[in-house]
Structure formats: C-alpha cells, structure tokens
Write a protein that binds this ligand. Sequence first.
Ligand SMILES: [Zn+2]
Length: 374
Amino acid sequence: MGADHHTGAEAELLFLLLLAEEFPEQRVVHERMAGLFGRLRRVNVDDGRHGALGGVAVRALGRWDVGRRFEHRHGGWETYPARATGPFGLQGRYNEPERQTDRYGLRKQKPKTSHKRCEMDPNFVNRDKLAKYLEKTLDITRFRDYCPNGIQVQGREVVKTIVTGVTASGALIEAALEAKADAILVHHGYFWRGEDPRVVGSRHKRLKLLLTNDINLFAYHLPLDMHPEFGNNVRLARQLELNVEEGRFGENGLGWLGTAGDNVKTVGDLAQVIEQRLGRTPLVIGDLKQRVERIGWCTGAAQNMLAEAIAAGASAYLSGEISEPTVHLARETGVAYLACGHHATERYGVQALGEHIADQFGIEHCFVDIDNPV
Ligand SMILES: [Zn+2]
C-alpha cells in the first residue's frame, strides 16, 4: 500500500473520529474505524512507516474519550481497536501478546509515554475487564450466593498491583495500602444477606478506607469454593495431598470426596498431615486410631454438612468450624469430624486465583495472610 492510501485512510480515520465523537451511538462508525485502524496498523507494520501515523495517533489520543465510551458500551477492546494498537500505541508493540496491548489506561494518563518508559512500566489490566474475566472464569452466574460476587467496591480503573486475602478486614485493607495495591481480591467480602446494611462502625471505616484510597474490592464466595482449578476445596485437597474423587455432596455440590495417600491410615494420621500442612492443630472429634477410608471435606463453616458427608460414604469429614451439635453427630455415627479452621482451610483458593490473574495479565500479585485462629 502506497503513501496516498495512508493519507486517504488517515483523513478518513480523523473524519470518523470526529463523527464518533458527535454520534457515539453509531456502531457503524466504530466498525468502520476498527477496519481502518486495522488497515493502518498492517501498513505501519509492513513498511515501518511511523511518521504519517504519528499525527493520527496524537489526534486519536486527544479524542480518547471516544474510545473510552466505546469500550464501556461494547465490552472491551477486543471488539474494537485492540487490534489497533498501532495508531494508539504508536511506539510499537504491534506483535506482542494480547495481555501487553492492555496498556490503554496508561496511555490515557501518560499519552506521551516513550517506548523505553513503556518497557519499564509494569503491566496492568482495566478494572472492568478484570471483573469480566473473573466472572467468566469463575462462572459466577451459576450460583445463588449470600453476597454479591464481583466488584463490591469500585476503585480506580487501572489495576497494576493486586493483593489477595481471605477476608476484606480492616487489617487487609491496611496491608493493601502499604503494598500500594489497586485492587483487593478476597473470598469473604461485604454485603452478606441479612446483614445490617447501614454504613456505620467498622463497615464505615473499611468502606471509607477503600473509597478514599480509590482501591477496588473484588469478592468471590461460593464460585471460589467450587472452582475445579482455583477453588478452595480443590486447593485444600492439593495442600493435604488428597486424591479427589468425582462425587460431590451437599447443597450446590459443595462437599468433596476423596482419599488420602498411603501414609494416612487412621484419623490420627490424617490429623497429623493437617497439622503439618496447614500449620495448625485440628480439633478432632473421634477415635484417633480409627481407620480412614473415604474422606469428605468442605472448606469454611460447613460443619452442618457432616450428615450429608456420612450419607455420601465418608469415614471422616473435615471442615473449618465446629458447632455444638457437630460433636454429638460425630460421636453417635462414629464418623470422625476434624475442625481445621475456617481461615486455614480457605487460604488457598484466593491465592491460586491471584497467581493466575497475575500470570494472565502480567500484573503484580501478593497474598497477605492476616492470621485468624478460627
Ligand atoms: Zn468462608
């Protein structure tokens, strides 16, 4: 493609940018723009001619809001000039993987970013894109939960650093502030069903901290318990070296079944593995010398699923917490119950998920363990 074509396409692009600004609802304008971006990008890559596109890119950046509106309306840059990194990201990166084209927010803040500077900046992901990714990955619409899953408190758009933790406590928010995090990802967020909805007391303090510091709070409850790869149950199994069987039990199929390794023959052996691998002594209701065959488990406060675990054929059942009736049921059925700690059993899912999104988007991740004896 020759220079004349460049000029023609660039003029058309500018015209369309103006049109898009005036008529942001017109999809046809955006589609035409996307096509043009694609053409210009290919030309740019082909002949290494950055100069002519420079003017277009600068002007396009000046009209950034058009793109932003588009992004919100059409659900992200994949449908629009994600392929058009060229005109927006004039400094190169055309052939880089998708994750590295997600630098639009940065360009908005620092449109004059040089290539070298770009290389030195950590990657980031747009807040809403991350929420969409997590929604899909964790299949959150599948669950009827006791709290909202997803962004619970909205913060800044650009996420470079994420802190994960079990619970969005005041201490975790403080730790996230110290880590200069843009987002916090937890298993236990806020706004639980039946809770007093008023923004007073410690809820006020937590929300104020998040809002004044513009930090996002992402929370995933049941979807994070259940996920086959990043879920609390599967990760607890890995931590305890349990072999997962296919069957599930209990509401939502939250209870998991499996067997332990050859080193675990009795309830006492199982308790020892838990102590070593979770760093805390479980409360055991049952005979330590009793043989263990099939094991049932569910992380958190699932002590009331003991009866269902027994019905599913478990000879020992473990969860996080314990209630008074759990003791009697375990004694009367002869099925051992091991209370391993709500917090201790739910440290691993959110950590795995944090590592995964850090990998996926090239952002920073750090798990903060605010110890909890329960
Ligand atoms: Zn929990």
